[in-house]
Design a protein around this ligand. Sequence first.
Ligand SMILES: [Zn+2]
Length: 459
Amino acid sequence: MPDSPDLTESLCPQCLRRIPARRITENGSVYLEKSCPAHGYLGKALLWNNAPRSYSEWERPLDKNVPRNREKEPSPPPGYPLRCGLRPDHKQRTCTAVIEATETCNLRCPVCFASSPGAPAKDPKKEEIARMLRSLLDAGGPCTVQFSGGEPTLRDDLPELVALSRKMGFDHLQINTNGIRLAEDADFGRALADAGASVAFLQFDGVDDSVYKRIRGAGLFETKQRTIERCAELKLGVILVPTLLKGVNDDHIGRIIRFARKWVPVVKGVHFQPMTYLGRYPGKPRNEARLLIPDILDAIEKQTLGELKVENFIPPGCEESHCSFSALAVLGKDGRLIPTTHFDSVRRSRPCCSEDYARRSIDHVRSRWRYMEPGPMPILPGNRAGSGPAPEDDLFERIRSHSLSISGMAFQDAWNIDLERLERCCVHVVTPEGKRVPFCAYYMTGTRGRRLYPARKEY
Ligand SMILES: [Zn+2]
């Protein structure tokens, strides 16, 4: 990678070749500017707005999380890292491994990072998935596994795949789902929970049907509520995962958080994903149409009327800092969220350069993103009335069972991808051959639907 802090590499959206790029700052906003030798000047893609947190404020230093588990090729062939798994100098190990259990889907969303065809497709066999899981063990040990798709619940043997993963030592298993089958098929939900699924990573774009009709092509709000009720019965934790589109549902951010608050403890978190131009998307992105992490932080504070503030959100220590944000809150006795994270405290305690850092991140997700038996109401500062167990015990119990994590991740597309960022990616898709590919590289889609990974269609 180039030495200058402003120089990096990117891709050409037309030919998907690696090309030089530079980050430039104009009026406080940061852009990625690039040209392709074959396709000329490609303009400036907006990466970050200046307020309420600037690009440099949001930076966290690189941790030395050199993975034990990089691919073994001695020298990268041309096109690395984008076609061949993790390149030898990849800087982060796998925290979450995504396994595409199927390409089949029961929705045909206008926006879909996996551009799932909807029609029946050839799914990887159970033995092939076992091989993918084994490759993860060989590469460094159990991590979080997310079964994705397509719609993974359309596989009748998903509970078996979950049980198999458990047996192999994976103990945090997420199901990335639209929730339709969980809402409608009680036996299937029960089988999934019994097999050891940890959490439903539930597509949840808003709190009324108008949003679903626009983004998913169907009114699904009632279905989503039924899914959550079912998960509560099954004691299966739920993470609400809104895809945010500017001008469509960015005004639902506060309402989604209030909805989540009502459903604690079964709802364990909200994980916002601003729309990214991967897979199936409506066309070339305009900078003005992009919703950035600073915009979302600002909207959270405004739309929750300050219940959660920008200062409660911290950059990640695991993936590249500009990829995500998070805050943790506990639900208080009065039904309001009490944030327990603070930007300044993270700035003061820079992450240590230890091998264990990624492991701690994984443990954090494990402990926060799964169902816990409800604990007693907390006795919090300013609310000390009450007797019984020591206040610290109460609070500990309450944090354990009634925490809500509010987080988000901004994926990169062919226009704004910064390959320095990609080097720190910890969310990896496992290919049928057992290679691990950074999420955004795997789903990278250029103009005219050109993919870096056409091979994924050839199960
Ligand atoms: Zn080009």
